[in-house]
Design a protein around this ligand. Structure first.
Ligand SMILES: [Mg+2]
Length: 402
C-alpha cells in the first residue's frame, strides 16, 4: 500500500507566535531575532516584513534599514517551545506516527488514519483548521508517498498551502523543479550539479549514472535516489533530534595565535559536522564558547539561512564569528563549538569530503610546523596527526550532546 506522509511546516513560526499572542501585531511587519547592537541576525520575519525584503539570517541592522517601521522583538524560545508542544498534541490526535523534525516542522504518517479521518488531503485540511482555530497559527502541508516528496510538496505552496506529490509526479511535475528543491542538496552540491548542466530534477534523473559518478564518486547513487523521490525511510514516531551537538577543547597552554585557533576550530567543526551527518541531522545555529586566561567565559552565535551539515560552511561561519569574538586577541584556555537548531535530514549527502580532508590536512600541517605535533591533543582516532598517545595528558576534551 502506498504510504501517506505529511510534512507540516509552520509559516514564519516565531513571528506568527508573537502575532498570535499579541493581536495588536497582526498584519504588521514583525521581526524576531538578535539585537542590532550585539550584531544579531534575524531568526524569523513575518510575511509583512518579508515583503520589505527582510530575510532569515540577515543582520538585524540591515533589516532595520529595509524595514524602518518593523516591530523588532527578541527571541522568546520558551514561548515557542510551549507552542511547539501544543502543535504535537494536535498532530497526535490524527496519528501516533509523529516525528518532530524541528521546533516548527513534523512528519506524520497518516497511512493508517484514513478510515477514521478521510483522505490525506482531508486530514491535512483538518489539521490546518485545528491549528488555526486553537493556536491562531497557519501552516503549510506537503503530502507524498515518501518523506522527501512530502517535504518538496510543502515548499510548493507557502504560506497556508497544501500540495501533494504522487509517485506519478516523479516523472511529471517534479522534473521541472530546480535540483535545490531536493532536501539534502545544499549550495555546494547544487553548484557542482550546475557545472554539469544538471539544473533541474529531470536532468538529474536522465543523466547516465557513470557520468554522475565521475563528479560524485561517493554520492551518485544517493543523488539518483533523491531525483526519483527518495527512499522509503519510515517516520520515526516520537523521535526528536537532540537539542545540541558539539565539542570543546582546553589548550595545554593558553594561546592567542589566530592561526592555531582557526586550525582548532576546523578540527572542532569537522568533528561536530561529522557527528551530525552520521546521525542524519543538519543544524541551523552555531555557537562559540571562549574562555580566557582569567577564566572569564564568553561567546556568541550565528544562525544560517538553511540547515546544513557541511563542514566547510560550519567552519567558515564559525571562523568569521571567532574573528569578531576574539578581536581583543586575548589568550584563550578553552574553545568550544556547539551546533543547535538541529533538524533531521532524511538524505544527508557527504559530497564535500575532498574539500574537508584537504583543509584539515593543511591546518594540521600548519599547526605541526609551528608548534610541534603535541600542540593539540584529541581523543578521536580519525585525525591521526593530532594524536600522540605517548604524550602525557596536556589538554582535556569534552564531547557534549544534550
Ligand atoms: Mg517553517
Amino acid at each position: 500500500m502506498t504510504r501517506a506522509i505529511l510534512l507540516i511546516d509552520m509559516d514564519a513560526f516565531y513571528a506568527s507566535v508573537e502575532q498570535a499572542r499579541r493581536p495588536e501585531l497582526a498584519g504588521l511587519p514583525v521581526i524576531v531575532g538578535g539585537s542590532a547592537e550585539s550584531r544579531g541576525v534575524v531568526s524569523t520575519a513575518s510575511y509583512e516584513a518579508r515583503a520589505c525584503g527582510v530575510r532569515t539570517a540577515m543582520p538585524t541592522a540591515q533589516a532595520q534599514r529595509l524595514c524602518p517601521r518593523g516591530i523588532f522583538l527578541r527571541v522568546d524560545m520558551k514561548a515557542y517551545v510551549a507552542v511547539s508542544k501544543q502543535l504535537l498534541e494536535i498532530f497526535g490526535r490524527f496519528t501516533d506516527l509523529v516525528e518532530p523534525v524541528s521546533i516548527d516542522e513534523a512528519f506524520l504518517d497518516v497511512t493508517g488514519s484514513r478510515r477514521l479521518f478521510g483522505a490525506p488531503e482531508e486530514i491535512a485540511h483538518q489539521i490546518q483548521e485545528r491549528v488555526r482555530d486553537e493556536l491562531g497559527l497557519s501552516c503549510s502541508i506537503g503530502i507524498g508517498p515518501t518523506r522527501l516528496l512530502a517535504k518538496v510538496a510543502a515548499e510548493l505552496n507557502k504560506p497556508a498551502g497544501l500540495a501533494t506529490l504522487r509517485h506519478d509526479d516523479v516523472h511529471g511535475s517534479l522534473r521541472e523543479l530546480p535540483v535545490r528543491k531536493l532536501f539534502g542538496i545544499g549550495p555546494v552540491t547544487e553548484e557542482r550539479l550546475r557545472s554539469l548542466g544538471l539544473t533541474t530534477i529531470g536532468r538529474l534523473q536522465d543523466v547516465p549514472v557513470e557520468l554522475l559518478a565521475s563528479a560524485f564518486p561517493t554520492g551518485s547513487a544517493a543523488l539518483k535516489e533523491l531525483a526519483f523521490g527518495g527512499g522509503d525511510s519510515l517516520v520515526r514516531a516520537g523521535h526528536a533530534p537532540p537539542k545540541t551537538m558539539g565539542h570543546e577543547v582546553t589548550f595545554a597552554e593558553d594561546i592567542n595565535d589566530p592561526e592555531l585557533l582557526r586550525a582548532t576550530l576546523l578540527d572542532l567543526a569537522d568533528r561536530a559536522a561529522g557527528d551530525l551527518r552520521r546521525k542524519g541531522y543538519a543544524c541551523r545555529t552555531l555557537a562559540l564558547k571562549l574562555r580566557d586566561e582569567r577564566f572569564h567565559t564568553f561567546g556568541g552565535q550565528r544562525t544560517l539561512p538553511d540547515a546544513t551539515s557541511s563542514t566547510k560552511l560550519i567552519y567558515e561561519t564559525a571562523a568569521a564569528l571567532l574573528g569578531d569574538l576574539h578581536a581583543s586577541g586575548c589568550r584563550l584556555r578553552l574553545l568550544g563549538l556547539t551546533l543547535s537548531g538541529l533538524t533531521a535530514e532524511a538524505h544527508q549527502l557527504e559530497l564535500d569530503d575532498s574539500w574537508r580532508e584537504a583543509a584539515c590536512d593543511e591546518a594540521v600541517d600548519r599547526v605541526r610546523a609551528k608548534y610541534g605535533a603535541g600542540a593539540l591533543r584529541r581523543a578521536g582516532a580519525d585525525l591521526a596527526p593530532y594524536r600522540r598517545r605517548s604524550d602525557p595528558p596536556r589538554a582535556n576534551e569534552q564531547r557534549s550532546q544534550t
